[in-house]
Design a protein around this ligand. Structure first.
Ligand code: NAD
Length: 286
């Protein structure tokens, strides 16, 4: 029976370290990190994330400001705000909340955030650092997956790692992070599924990360005995939230498995705070 790989204890440890670090930085620089969230329009689902961000930030001593622009904000108005925040020396880090209304080009806005203030690690400059194996600000969910994998104490050198899902926020950056640890890394995606070869890739995974968004996509019997399974998927089935992996059956096979909810989720916001502190240090500590 697999050991549950919960995000909260790991997040708590990172937050405890961050809190101490922030206190030290405060006495050294005379200022505190400040994270500014930009939300365009109203969105019920992101309200939950915003609340979690604000609570986590404030509990650590990070100032958190929400900048709420109206639903019909024009692209150039949003760009102006990003420019102002980039220039504001008191702002350490900026996050653009998704989704944005249809008249807004989110990618363009993210690319306009100064790479040194990029709380989500999604600026091409920061993604480039992930490719070079030398990152400071990396995509939060990919970092959360790495923290979970590394918490097991596994030496990734030469291990078979299989990622299902090749998004820019999870699969692609995570594949580079795993490569930097010399894991033999395979990335599967929709075409792998359509070709019918997903089971054969999953079956040899010693480390399996699934980030698709389809409940039950990964059958329990495909999961390799003794493996580490990180389930990033969030799917609403009836009144419950489940991942992409058949949890009960996969638990019989794996050595470690993340619960959904309670695995990757609690760590993602923590990684946002870690990036904010890194951004603050890069700007204020010489
Ligand atoms: P996405 O929605 O951008 O892309 C989905 C990926 O799955 C693509 O690479 C696609 O090719 C692949 N895919 C689709 N059908 C497939 C199939 N049948 N077989 C194999 N691959 C298939 O991905 P995303 O934004 O990374 O989100 C993935 C899931 O992770 C979602 O459920 C999302 O809600 C969740 N998520 C959770 C967190 C968290 O903090 N826990 C953070 C980000 C995303």
């Amino acid at each position: 029976m697999a050991e549950l790989l919960k995000g909260k204890p790991i997040a708590d440890k990172i937050k405890e370290d961050l809190k101490k670090e922030i206190e030290g930085l405060k006495s050294k620089t005379g200022s505190s990190p400040k994270l500014v969230a930009v939300q365009i329009g109203e969105n019920a689902s992101s309200a939950v994330y915003l609340k979690a961000q604000k609570n986590t930030a404030e509990s650590l001593g990070i100032e958190y400001i929400l900048n709420n622009l109206s639903e019909n904000t024009k692209q150039d108005e949003a760009e102006k705000l990003i420019d102002t925040l980039n220039k504001d020396k008191a702002v350490s880090a900026i996050i653009l909340q998704l989704p944005v209304p249809k008249q807004i080009d989110a990618k363009k806005l993210v690319n306009l955030i100064s790479p040194i203030k990029d709380a989500e690690g999604m600026h091409p400059g920061n993604l480039g650092q992930v490719l070079l194996g030398n990152w400071k600000l990396a995509p939060c969910t990919a970092s959360a997956c790495m923290a979970l994998i590394e918490s097991t104490g596994i030496n990734l050198y030469g291990k078979e790692a299989v990622i299902v899902g090749h998004s820019e926020i999870v699969g692609k950056p995570l594949s580079l992070m795993l490569l930097s640890k010399f894991a033999t890394t395979t990335v599967c995606h929709i075409a792998t599924g359509e070709r019918g070869v997903l089971p054969e890739h999953v079956k040899r995974a010693e480390v399996l990360v699934v980030a698709v968004g389809k409940a039950g996509l990964i059958k329990g019997e495909w999961v390799k005995r003794g493996s580490i399974v990180i389930d990033v998927g969030i799917n609403k089935v009836g009144d419950t939230i489940v991942g992409d992996v058949e949890f009960d059956k996969a638990s019989q096979q794996a050595a470690y498995i993340t619960p959904v909810p309670g695995g990757v989720g609690p760590l993602t916001t923590t990684m946002l705070m870690k990036n904010t502190v890194e951004a603050f240090k890069a700007q204020k500590v010489k």
